[in-house]
Design a protein around this ligand. Sequence first.
Ligand code: GRF
Length: 206
Amino acid sequence: MRNVAVFASGSGSNFQALLDHQACGDLPVSFVLLVGNNSKATAFERARAAGIATLHIAPSHFDDYAEYTNRLMAALEQRSVDVIALAGYMKKLPPELVACYRNRILNIHPALLPAFGGKGMYGAHVHTAVIESGVKLTGVTVHLVDEEYDAGPIVVQEPVRVLDEDTPETLAARVLAAEHATYWRAVKAAAEGTLTVTGRRVSGHV
Ligand code: GRF
């Protein structure tokens, strides 16, 4: 069984969806650690309720960034983490961590990348930009994490229609439901090692 760490900064509804899919047997992995930079995040409560170890850590807790990186990587090593799933994690990962877990870190984004991604494109900003742009399709992207925001190779995408009457809130709710239905499949494939990365192309059934 592969060990998965989840990084979350907020409500953690995607984390919860992963836990639910694990509990019902769809997702045969061990969730060994929840990492978060915000101790008030609901994601921490969800981890505690599921009996999962937590690590509250942020660069601001350390005198220098290298110390932060070392502490974070030591925690992952200690729990023999195979795959990292970012689920609404708002901090950039240390470059050493990205290099060490290359092609084993997933992120979920609430739009069809490479459109509507990058720095500042999170939460309601994404859905507002989607509606204002006039596109008729948005959706969910799960991608591998590299050194840039929302830029790594794409693992899976699911479309969601933009309706004439949509507000950022109504659109966000439909996209989030699609995220919950999608992320566990990508985490499963990454954990099972069935994804093949060739340049920017990721192949394998998700
Ligand atoms: C999701 O929309 C995800 O795509 C983005 O951050 C949001 C996190 O939501 N990266 P939640 O904390 O999982 O509810």
